[in-house]
Design a protein around this ligand. Structure first.
Ligand code: FDP
Ligand code: ZN
Length: 326
């Protein structure tokens, strides 16, 4: 196991690590470009004005909301990388074509600043990225060739997989990403749960599953930011994150292309699993860019337990009368 960030003379930098993977030079370049872009995003998050799009700052200049600014930073970098054909982001209404040819190129779906509302209260946020070969972005997540996220917390970390292990890098004082954990693995079962959504809108299966976790003595660990919440489950190697279907929102909240697919790809490659309650997230065939789905993601046994509870209580409406808070 490599030494903690900043302590080793022999730090492995991201580009060097990528070159040791069996991937094309274009993909190495693309991932490094995204890592570069994240340095500007964290700078914007740390020092940018907290404001809403369309308003003016102290100097009368129009300021951009951080998520819009982060989107522009990412998009510009991707376009100029020269290795991308199609781009889609949570902030864009339609696919942006950077280059028409698909030859040797990649397409990227990303969420530039997930949890941006948390910046106001100084909680952790992140960038999530999904990469496919060629130009097609509307394909099952299982076809991803790489997935990564960058977490902007007390430290900045980058987690990536190209399908051969999941690896964590941490930004050092020179703003370089150096290897801190290699081949991260999830345990079979955990004792942490991160439940998204309003519990009084849960369906009966989800409510029963949460009661089961509470009865088992699992620890509630939920920040409200998808990236830090997933990162906790992954780094501790145990637990489950869920954002289920809610009464009135049968597809939950999170988006398949920008949020669920990349995280599912990472967690599966770390030995965990991710389901929409019915099928693996990575087998969903997306029909639109903004498609949403419920998600249960983390240790295999925990995800299985969640789907078992759902199957058992299928079609049973949330038992509002029997809902006990706490
Ligand atoms: P946010 O709306 O603040 O950007 O998809 C975004 C997300 O945050 C996730 O980071 C988080 O898991 C989820 O939404 C939380 O949503 P609610 O607080 O609305 O339940
Ligand atoms: Zn998001």
């Amino acid at each position: 196991m490599p030494a903690a960030p900043g302590t080793s003379k022999f730090q492995i930098e991201l580009r060097r690590h990528l070159r040791g993977q069996n991937i094309s030079d274009n993909l190495v370049h693309l991932i490094c470009e995204i890592a570069e872009a994240s340095k500007y995003v964290i700078n914007a998050v740390r020092t940018g004005d907290l404001g809403v799009a369309g308003t003016s700052n102290l100097y009368g200049e129009e300021q951009l909301a951080l998520d819009v600014l982060s989107d522009r930073i990412m998009r510009k970098r991707l376009i100029h990388s020269g290795v991308v054909c199609n781009i889609a982001s949570e902030e864009m209404d339609e696919i942006y074509q950077a280059q028409a040819s698909a030859d040797g190129l990649y397409s990227v779906a990303y969420d530039p600043l997930d949890g941006s509302s948390l910046v106001d209260v100084n909680l952790a946020v992140g960038t999530i990225v999904s990469i496919y070969e060629g130009c097609d972005l509307l394909q099952p997540g299982r076809n991803q060739v790489a997935a990564m996220y960058i977490l902007y917390g007390p430290r900045v970390s980058l987690v990536y997989t190209v399908g051969d292990g999941v690896h964590e890098f941490t930004m050092n004082n020179l703003m370089e990403f150096t290897l801190t954990r290699e081949n991260i693995r999830m345990q079979e079962e955990g004792n942490i749960y991160a439940p998204g959504g309003l519990r009084n809108k849960y369906n009966d299966g989800d409510e029963q599953f949460i009661r089961h976790l509470e009865a088992k003595g699992c620890k509630l660990r939920y920040s409200g930011g998808f990236v830090p919440d997933i990162n906790q489950v992954l780094m501790k190697g145990k637990g489950i994150f869920m954002y289920p279907a809610l009464k009135g929102s049968p597809n939950g909240k999170l988006r398949v292309l920008f949020e669920l697919n990349p995280m599912a790809f990472i967690i599966e490659h770390a030995g965990g699993s991710a389901s929409n309650g019915n099928i693996p997230i990575l087998d969903i065939v997306p029909e639109s860019l903004d498609q949403r789905a419920p998600i249960y993601i983390g240790c295999k046994a925990d995800v299985k337990a969640a789907t078992d509870f759902l199957a058992e209580h299928k079609g049973v409406p949330a038992a509002a009368a029997s809902f006990v808070n706490g």
